[in-house]
Ligand binder design. Structure first.
Ligand code: SF4
Length: 415
């Protein structure tokens, strides 16, 4: 993704679902105006979800997810339900494409049940209406669809002729909460004219020639607040602070060098980390701060899930795979089992784990992060994040959340 694109985590995720041969992929292509999906006369051509970020008017920046066709032969298989649930965890709005000739069957009803269970707004696109001999009136008489026609959830479309495709787009736009989010990463904590120092270690694990997404987004948010961002490597921070002649409004550091940075930043300058700011941005700071207590109760042989949002190339280097496991073992002095997952892989059943440590999740949308946290809370498994776990183990968690009085007020005394 190029730098001038909206990050995936900030885009509305729209999932297209439907039975094989309902023309789902053709509807996706008609809506997006692109050959996003593989279209074929052969049933079930789409075997894995196809995902693409794009601008879709009148919605703005979105991610379109074309899902594998559901089974024509009745109920969804167990594995298919599991896969569908994974996709639904990040779906902000769903489009269920029905074949106008065959109407509603058990598989569609199951999907609607899943949408309702996950509280996902949806629209039913009745496709192939150009092929209906009696026109749309026959489908409108289908008892199983009656309530949906009445409440405006249904729309008749034809991917082949383009009939009602624009109206479908408008319906989808109506499902999603529109308007710019008022949430800020750091912009609400600073004033115009302020300057902020960002500490970014450039070691072998750092991506070549660029900053990672959380760093880019933080800098942009500082600029949007009419403030200035000064970015420095950790080993040059001390000298920079001495040379500046004026105290920065705050220092934001990569969590990996938290300990060193904390020692170099005078106590009166507020200090926090990118992952703490992102936990606040995603609305889960309080919970993940509390989850750090789970580190203290780890026992010999306990299993920890470390989860990252990046799918292909790990942007956060080796922090989750090497550094964090080593720090955990050193801190607890216990033999711990570590399991690492990435992208959409996040186990539904967390019962084998005693602790979950998640990355900042900048690639995941808010719905997915909230689902993961809720899942851990419901199963009674403490969940924290990289920056908070590191700050906790280095004894600097209290200092790193001082910028957030409501979180500080609830911090246990031992932290
Ligand atoms: S590992 Fe997590 S925090 Fe790092 S870039 Fe990927 S999604 Fe963002």
């Amino acid at each position: 993704m190029s730098l001038n694109h909206t990050p995936l985590g900030n885009r509305v995720h729209i999932g297209f679902f439907g039975r094989r041969n309902a023309g789902k992929s053709s509807v996706v292509n008609a809506v997006t105006g692109q050959e996003l999906a593989v279209v074929s006369e052969v049933k079930g051509t789409t075997t894995d979800p196809v995902q693409k970020a794009m601008e879709l008017l009148p919605l703005g920046p979105v991610v379109i997810i074309d899902t594998p066709g559901i089974d024509d032969e009745g109920a969804l298989g167990e594995l298919r339900v599991k896969k569908t649930r994974q996709i639904l965890n990040k779906t902000d709005a769903a489009v269920l494409v029905l074949d106008g000739i065959y109407g509603m069957a058990e598989a569609e009803q199951e999907l609607i049940h899943l949408f309702e269970e996950k509280k996902i707004p949806f629209v039913l696109a009745i496709n192939k209406t150009d092929l209906l001999e009696e026109g749309i009136s026959k489908v409108q008489k289908d008892e199983r669809l009656k309530a949906y026609w009445e409440n405006g959830t249904c729309i008749s479309v034809s991917a082949r002729t383009g009939y009602h495709i624009q109206e479908l787009k408008e319906k989808i736009a109506g499902l999603t909460l529109q308007g710019e989010s008022s949430k800020r990463i750091v912009g609400d904590l600073i004033r115009p004219g302020d300057f902020v120092v960002l500490v970014v270690p450039v070691d072998e694990a750092a991506p070549k020639g660029r900053l990672i997404l959380p760093q880019q987004q933080t800098i942009r948010d500082i600029l949007d607040a009419d403030a200035a961002a000064i970015t420095v490597k950790d080993n040059e921070l001390k000298e920079l602070l001495q040379r500046l002649g004026k105290k920065p409004s705050m220092v934001i550091t990569d969590s990996q060098v938290f300990g060193k940075v904390c020692a170099d930043v005078p106590r009166e300058i507020p200090l926090t980390s990118f992952s703490i700011l992102f936990a606040r941005y995603k609305g889960n700071l309080q919970t993940v701060v509390g989850g750090a207590a789970g580190i203290e109760t780890l026992q010999e042989g306990d299993k920890i899930l470390i989860s990252e949002g990046c799918t292909h190339h790990r942007q956060c280097g080796d922090i989750g795979s090497i550094k964090l496991p080593n720090w955990l073992r050193e801190y607890t002095k216990k033999r711990l089992q570590i399991e690492l997952t990435s992208g959409t892989e996040f186990p539904e059943d967390l019962s084998e784990f005693q602790l979950v440590i998640h990355c900042g999740g900048c690639m995941l949308n808010e719905r997915e992060m909230k689902y993961r946290l809720k899942s851990a809370i419901e199963q009674g498994i403490p969940m924290t994040n990289y920056g908070i776990a590191i700050a906790y183990m280095q004894g600097i968690l209290r200092r790193s959340v001082e910028l957030f009085p409501d979180v500080l007020a609830k911090l246990p005394k031992k932290f």
